[in-house]
Every structure is written in structure tokens, then in C-alpha cells.
Design a protein around this ligand. Structure first.
Ligand code: MRU
Length: 342
């Protein structure tokens, strides 16, 4: 399987900086930016220049390598405490996707376990670990795409939410993986892409990726999902995930839960795709998941020439919602297809 590949995250110059595809500029501009300061890396995550749960985790691992290179000490304790400080700072950039914290903890553990080694050697081990995180995600996304392909048939109409494609991961994507793979195998598939207000990841990113992969796709406003389902055009809903609780409840981009309710009403299977790194075994249910609240300007001003709501009107802008396990037909990870969450 080979999409016309965009390498969205890579370590530059042995750890001097990280280069990312700036996702805020898509689909109009494919621009790579180089980041080396803590504030620029924090901002890149917060502003969604790099986004999607697996991609944020990979980026954070590389970002930690860059920071570790900037620590000027040979003393392990000083080095380790600086790494922890920077890791905590990055971890506070967005709260909902578990991958960010999971990959940062993995890097922290590696440093802790390297106590006694020269700093130069620890830096090398950190770069190797970050590459491993990247490569493991490539393998997981590939396996997810292959499992997902078994759920679809020629002629299927598939509804998507947000963006869970190659640029939200290392490569291949999760929820978009089976669609892109199916297209490569010559299947006739049609994607109905929910635009995903307020940040338009569906319109800007999913439409960009699927169009580039040659998939027949149609963009709809979020509030048109019910009409399209009622017209019999949808055979399955495919969505990604930011955190899967132990009981199978799933946090994903706001609007996902609404689609699950609609899918149940219309008798349409509702599938969640994600690598096992998105499962949070410390989280008993969706009620424990912190939902990120974002700025009102994203609703009132962004993407409009002029503000489109009165200046003083209040806005509520949760970036994610939780879909209860009872509305999910199956969760697909690299390990297989899970249909029962009891
Ligand atoms: O706010 P975003 O764009 O980072 O939200 C992303 C999503 O909700 C994705 O569906 C999820 O991270 C899975 S990406 C493979």
C-alpha cells in the first residue's frame, strides 16, 4: 500500500530540530516548518499544526530528543530533571489524546533507565526510541487498515468524521486506512466527509487526503449527516479515537458521539479505529476523560472574513466528545476487531 506520501514528522540534523508539515495550511499550501524551541513545539501542538492522536505522540517523542540535545550538562540528575520539566510542559499542551502522555512517559522511562550512561549515549538512545515509536505506529496503522478492509464491500458508502488519515499518524492512517487501501485494491468506495466544525479537519484534511488518493468523495456540513444516512447512502461510519477507556467508551473529535446516535437510529454499523497506544487502561470509563475546551474565536471568527456572531455572545467549544461503548459496533486495533466490550 503506498499513498502519495507526505512525511509529516521527522527529526532533522541529528536532533537539532523537528520538521513537520504545517497542517493548519492545508489544503492550500503544503509547507514544512522547522521547530526547535519549547514554545514553538508547544504552540505547534496547541494550534494543531501537528495533530491527530498518534501524530502528536510521535512528534512529542522527537521534540523531547531536540530538547535533550539542548541541555548543557554531563550530570545525569540535572539532565533527567530537565527532561522531565520539558516533558511536563509539552504534555500540558492538549489533554484529551492519551498518546501524547504515553509516548512522553515512554521516553522519560528510557532516560531514567539510562542512569549512569554518558549523556551523549543517552541522546543516541532517545533518538532510537523515537524512531521506534514512529516505526511501530507505521506497522500498527498498516495492520489496522488491513483489518478494516475486511469490514467493507465494493460499492460501500462510508461516512467519516474529523481526520484519521496518514497525516494524523505516521503513515497509512487509522479510520481512513481501509478506505485508501480499498481504493488501491481497485474497490469502488464512496466517502461522505463531515466537514467537522469548528476547525474543519474533515473539509481541509480528510478531503485533501482522500482526493489525493483518488477516492470518490463528497463533503457535507456536519448537520447533513442525518439526511445522507436517511437516504440510504451510508453503509458504515468510520472514526478515529483520541482515548479509549477500559470499558470501550471512546473520546474522539466532537460530533463523533452524535454520528454514533444517528447510526444506531438508521441501523448503520459504527466503527472506531485506533492503535493500541490509544487505549488507556488507567481510565475506567469515558466519564474520566478530560475533554479539551478551546477558544470561542474558533467558532465565531476563524475561517470567516468578518466575525459571524455578536462580539459578546458566549461560546462553548469542547473539542472532543465521548461515544459510549453501547453505540460502537466494533473497535479495530492492530491486534484485531473487538466486538464486545463486556
Ligand atoms: O483536534 P484533532 O484534530 O487533533 O482531533 C483529532 C481526532 O479527533 C482524530 O480522529 C483522532 O486523533 C484520531 S487520528 C488517527
Amino acid at each position: 500500500m503506498e499513498n502519495k506520501e507526505l512525511i509529516n514528522i521527522r527529526l532533522n540534523d541529528g536532533g537539532a530540530s523537528v520538521i513537520i508539515l504545517d497542517q493548519t495550511l492545508l489544503p492550500n499550501e503544503e509547507k514544512y516548518i522547522e521547530l526547535s524551541s519549547a514554545d514553538a513545539m508547544f504552540e505547534a501542538i496547541y494550534s494543531l499544526r501537528v495533530r491527530g492522536a498518534p501524530a502528536i505522540g510521535i512528534f512529542a517523542a522527537y521534540a523531547l530528543c531536540v530538547f535533550a540535545c539542548q541541555i548543557k550538562t554531563e550530570d545525569f540528575e540535572v539532565f533527567y530533571s530537565e527532561v522531565l520539566k520539558y516533558s511536563d510542559y509539552l504534555d500540558s499542551s492538549r489533554p484529551t489524546a492519551v498518546n501524547l502522555g504515553t509516548q512522553l512517559r515512554r521516553m522519560e522511562r528510557l532516560v531514567k533507565d539510562s542512569s549512569g550512561l554518558p549523556v551523549k549515549q543517552i541522546l543516541e538512545a532517545m533518538r532510537e526510541e523515537a524512531d521506534k515509536i514512529y516505526n511501530e505506529d507505521v506497522e500498527m496503522c498498516r495492520a489496522i487498515s488491513e483489518h478494516g478492509l475486511t469490514l467493507i464491500k465494493n460499492g460501500y458508502g462510508i461516512m467519516t468524521q474529523c481526520n484519521a488519515g496518514p497525516i494524523a499518524t505516521s503513515k497509512y492512517g487509522t479510520a481512513l486506512g481501509p478506505i485508501i487501501l480499498g481504493k488501491e485494491k481497485g474497490m469502488d468506495l464512496h466517502a461522505f466527509i463531515c466537514e467537522t466544525r469548528p476547525l474543519l479537519q474533515g473539509a481541509r484534511l480528510t478531503a485533501f487526503e482522500l482526493d489525493r488518493a483518488g477516492v470518490d468523495c463528497t463533503l457535507i456540513c456536519d448537520n447533513m449527516a442525518s439526511v445522507v444516512m436517511s437516504e440510504g447512502k451510508i453503509n458504515a461510519v468510520f472514526a478515529g479515537c483520541d482515548r479509549i477507556a477500559r470499558n470501550g467508551d471512546v473520546a474522539n473529535k466532537v460530533g463523533t458521539g452524535g454520528l454514533a446516535i444517528l447510526a444506531k437510529h438508521y441501523g448503520i454499523p459504527f466503527y472506531i479505529f485506533g492503535p493500541s497506544t490509544t487505549i488507556d487502561m488507567d481510565c475506567a470509563s469515558g466519564a474520566e476523560i478530560e475533554i479539551e475546551l478551546r477558544k470561542p474565536e474558533e467558532i465565531k471568527e476563524m475561517f470567516y472574513i468578518k466575525p459571524m456572531a455578536p462580539k459578546n455572545v458566549k461560546c462553548y467549544n469542547p473539542a472532543f466528545d465521548v461515544t459510549p461503548n453501547s453505540l460502537i459496533t466494533a473497535i479495530i486495533t492492530e491486534k484485531g476487531i473487538y466486538k464486545s466490550f463486556k
